[in-house]
Design a protein around this ligand. Structure first.
Ligand SMILES: *Cc1c(COP(=O)(O)O)cnc(C)c1O
Length: 403
């Protein structure tokens, strides 16, 4: 085999060796003190990742399962919710809400952009009976980052809950839920958390829990109050995805351990966000140096860069050439953007070397698909942006590097 396979897709993402070895461990029973100790062990890291004092529930399902659990656990048929539809995953919120019998009021956002907070405010004013706002943190179909902190401010003191799909963002860019006023934050295992698919994580705020306790369960499997009660006893409600949770303990160690193997939560968080921010700057600088357009120009996710291809370049051919000739796997565009977009992910177990390989594969694919670039020094330009960004600690704000 000539090439290493590099999975630069927005889930699933590559697995670190330490996680793969942990996944291979023999089974422990899910109703034993050993499993209870494991569940207890992962809580502290998860609470730091979610930025909450509340428990973070492991659920045995993909990310969409956690979205379903949130909608079923927090709302009842006939309730009205406002959905930010900024792409495919916003549409998924609406689909789940309608299936639950909710009235979904969509705020349409042009693909590639962040929602205007004033538009949500207007919609809340027009529908004072709305019981929730459903939104993505990172809209993975477009690569746009949504303004969760500002939405949290907007919704303070209102009855409506702020429910955030952080599936392509938790462990990638900050969303401290208690500080920002998020009522429900959820994610899946196969994106920022460096795990295989199949495990979801969900946390509720205090008022989220009050709502969940007051909502009649509509489904036997997803029972958030029941899961919380069992978690306090060191168990899940049903058979837990034991190996994935063992793997999660290992990925949390990779996030938070210092060089001596001591868990340092605040430092670890800063390190993850700094790395993710630097990879984002690196990718964007490289794409621009290749003469290509960034699809989410101003409000962009930290784990995923979407590239808008020039007219006449066949995106599917580009992606095929990157895979077959370079071993780099990208995702394409969805719906009306099929063949028009390359979604270049840099989340999870990905570093500057993978991004450099991704940029080279993008340049190769572009030429193979009928495009043109005269750029020669795009990897150097990208690495300079990476180094510069690493020197800047983004903390909890997004520095302005748009120019
Ligand atoms: C990947 C993704 C999902 C879907 O998650 P599944 O694990 O495939 O169910 C939902 N929302 C966002 C923002 C995603 O990135």
């Amino acid at each position: 085999m000539l090439n290493k396979v590099r999975l630069l897709t927005p889930g699933p993402t590559p697995l670190p060796e330490r996680v793969r070895l942990a996944l291979a461990a023999d089974m422990i029973h899910h109703r034993t003190p050993a499993f209870a100790a494991l569940l207890d062990d992962i809580q502290i890291g998860l609470k730091h990742l979610f930025g909450t004092e509340q428990p973070v529930l492991p659920l045995s399902c993909s990310g969409t399962g956690a979205m379903t659990a949130a909608v079923h656990g927090l709302f009842s048929p006939g309730d009205k919710v406002i959905v930010v539809e900024a792409g495919k995953f916003g549409q998924r919120w609406s689909g789940i809400a309608r299936t639950r019998g909710l009235v979904a009021e969509a705020v349409q956002v042009p693909w590639g952009q962040a929602v205007d907070v004033a538009a949500v405010e207007e919609r809340l004013a027009a529908h004072p009976d709305a019981r929730g706002v459903l939104v993505q943190l990172s809209e993975t179909s477009t690569g746009a980052l949504q303004p969760i902190e500002a939405l949290g401010r907007l919704m303070r003191g209102r009855d409506a809950l702020l429910v955030v799909d952080g599936i392509s963002a938790v462990g990638i860019s900050p969303c401290p839920m208690d500080e920002w006023g998020v009522d429900c934050l959820l994610t899946g295992s196969q994106k920022g958390l460096m795990l295989p698919p199949g495990l979801a994580l969900l946390a509720l705020s205090e008022r989220g829990w009050r709502r969940a306790e007051a909502t009649a369960p509509s489904c036997f499997y997803f029972n958030l109050p029941g899961e919380r009660k069992n978690l306090a006893k060191g168990q899940g409600l049903f058979t837990s995805p034991v190996n994935l949770i063992v793997g999660l303990r290992e990925s949390l160690r990779l996030f938070f351990e210092d060089a001596d193997g001591v868990m340092r939560y605040e430092e670890g968080l800063r390190r993850i966000y700094r790395k993710q921010w630097a990879l984002t700057c690196m990718t964007r600088a490289g794409v621009k140096a290749l003469g290509l357009s960034l699809f989410a120009p101003t409000d962009y996710a930290w784990g995923l860069t979407s590239v808008l291809l020039p007219e006449g370049v066949d995106g599917e051919r580009l992606i095929r050439a990157a895979k077959e000739d370079c071993g780099v796997i990208f995702a394409g565009g969805q719906d009306h953007l099929k063949g028009r977009l390359v979604r270049f992910a840099h989340m999870g177990w990905v570093d500057w070397g993978d991004v450099a390989a991704g940029l080279a594969a993008l340049a190769h694919g572009l030429r193979a698909a009928g495009g043109y670039t005269s750029a020669r020094d795009y990897v150097e330009t990208a690495l300079a942006a990476y180094r510069q960004a690493l020197d800047v600690d983004p903390g909890r704000v997004i520095p302005d590097v748009r120019s």
